[in-house]
Design a protein around this ligand. Structure first.
Ligand code: ARG
Length: 265
């Protein structure tokens, strides 16, 4: 099943502020390398038959490349993002406008949430992160608006500040995750819900290996996450490693750059 993704070219990408432990404004990042790596990611999606739409990058919003944070889209309905840090604030309305201009039913959020960074949609439930960015009140708001059960998971390690840095859906029913990123209670929830989950090591999590995108057959994943790739192959997935080291300097990987536009389902 081909997917539809929204992406934002990193034309204005830079590390200008630090809102997560990966970011070091002194060290900065090379924009040209970031653009080249991002083009590589987009090309992989297209080679797999997925459709990529683009949103116009906005000057002064260096993190706008991380499209996953722009909204949560499920069943063709768009729950808008409301960013925790003022540096990223204007991205919420920019992404929401993209959708409203195209006629998507949408809701401007009353509560802080960073879109698909903290909301991951499975067949029956939406998994939702909290602890660093997204407020649990937004979990409720999304549940009401989308009519899907939302399961709260608590993140405890600041390096894994968004749910999509610590967990990714393998398909509509199963996930891969890094247990130590979650509170004890949330780890129990994950064990109950996903007894067959792929558990990632610290080394794989530390290269943002869990910030991956699966279409159920193919998995696009940071090239450095070696053991995780082996395990995914062992489970029968086609693994497509990508090099996104420059974007990791802002704390992002393949999934962060990718907002899935989910239609009716
Ligand atoms: N610098 C960005 C931030 O800290 C990175 C966002 C990464 N996006 C994601 N979906 N995890 O907000």
């Amino acid at each position: 099943m081909p997917k539809h993704f929204l992406m934002c070219r990193p034309d204005h990408f830079t590390v200008a502020y630090a809102i997560n432990p990966w970011m070091d404004p002194e060290a900065g990042a090379d924009r040209d390398v970031a653009i080249r790596q991002w083009e590589g990611l987009k090309a992989v999606y297209e080679s797999l038959g997925h459709q990529v739409s683009l949103i116009e990058p906005v000057e002064g919003l260096p993190d706008m490349v991380f499209a996953a944070n722009g909204a949560l889209v499920a069943g063709g309905r768009v729950y808008g993002a409301r960013f925790a840090f003022p540096e990223r604030g204007p991205e919420g309305p920019a992404y929401l406008r993209w959708f409203t201009e195209r006629g998507y039913p949408s809701l401007e959020a009353s509560h802080v949430n960073e879109g698909e960074g903290d909301f991951l949609t499975l067949d029956e439930v939406i998994l939702a992160g909290t602890g660093f960015r997204t407020d649990t009140a937004a979990h409720q708001e999304a549940q009401e608006f989308l009519g899907r059960p939302v399961v709260t998971l608590r993140l405890v390690d600041p390096r894994f500040y968004h749910l999509d840095t610590a967990l990714f859906p393998l398909d509509g029913r199963n996930v891969a995750y890094y247990p130590a990123a979650f509170s004890e209670g949330s780890r129990q929830v994950l064990r109950r819900m996903f007894p067959e989950a792929v558990l990632a090591s610290a080394a794989d999590a530390e290269v943002l290996g869990l910030n991956a995108v699966s279409d159920g057959t193919n998995i696009v994943i940071n090239s450095e996450a070696g053991d995780l790739q082996l395990e995914l192959k062992r489970r029968g997935y086609e693994v497509h490693p990508v090099e996104l080291s420059e974007l990791r300097k802002a704390g992002g990987g393949p999934k962060c750059c990718t907002l899935e536009i989910r239609g009716e389902n």
